[in-house]
Design a protein around this ligand. Structure first.
Ligand SMILES: [Cu+2]
Length: 224
């Protein structure tokens, strides 16, 4: 029995070593919870549109291909976080015309199209892009573009985790459309294990303002 036990022990040991290698190379995780305080001090109960990201990380993110569809006169998902250089497809799944546009940064305009047509945009610069439809004033979406790969969307309850950061000091920032970016929380990530960063966002002074169409004018009342 002894040799077998020894064998098992050494296999377990080897497995442990294998799983520990990336950690001991210096990667830690940031975990935490985001709170969004609304008017009157009420706390939001649905936080999945919060994006949490890390500043001052040198690692470049790998561009990806994402889909943000237009269906039933809504953008789905409402919030998308991508790395710089990523391309987002905007298929129109409705039998009516939509017109995706943004006036954030240098702005863009995909023009009018309906099912089964699609349009796309490559986001080459980091930033927060607000997207609208030029036909339907109620349609909006946000694309958060980050240079490094360390970002996450929060769960409904506000919890989040960002894995695999090289050891070092980072600013952790949370963003929600009703609060904007919150104050950065500075954390020291060790070469292994988790560091906690809880963040409170203040949306108490948020006021919904109807945006203009792509021509900078009020939306018409034609009833599209
Ligand atoms: Cu539309």
């Amino acid at each position: 029995m002894y040799p077998l036990t020894r064998l098992c022990a050494s296999v377990a040991c080897a497995l442990t070593l294998v799983s520990l290698v990336p950690r001991s190379a210096g990667a830690g995780d940031i975990v935490g919870r985001v709170e969004l305080v609304e008017k009157g001090g009420k706390k939001a109960t649905e936080l999945s549109d919060v994006v949490v990201y890390v500043e001052s990380a040198k690692t470049k993110g790998k561009p990806s291909k994402e889909v943000l569809s237009m269906k039933s006169k809504a953008f789905t998902p409402h919030v998308l976080a991508v790395t710089t250089g990523s391309t987002v497809e905007f298929p129109n799944e409705d039998p009516i015309l939509h017109n995706v546009f943004s006036v954030s940064g240098e702005g863009f305009d995909l023009g009018l199209y309906k099912r089964p047509k699609s349009g796309s945009r490559t986001f080459d610069k980091p930033g927060i892009y607000t997207l609208y439809c030029n036909i339907h004033p109620q349609m909006s979406a946000l694309v958060v573009v980050r240079d490094n790969p360390y970002f996450a969307r929060a769960s409904r309850d506000g919890s989040y985790r960002i894995d695999g950061l090289p050891a070092g000091e980072y600013k952790v920032i949370a963003f929600h459309e009703r609060s904007g970016e919150g104050a950065p929380v500075v954390v020291k990530v060790a070469a292994t294990g988790e560091t906690t960063a809880n963040i409170t966002l203040d949306a108490a002074s948020y006021k919904r303002v109807q945006h203009k169409n792509k021509f900078g004018k009020e939306y018409g009342k034609e009833g599209y």
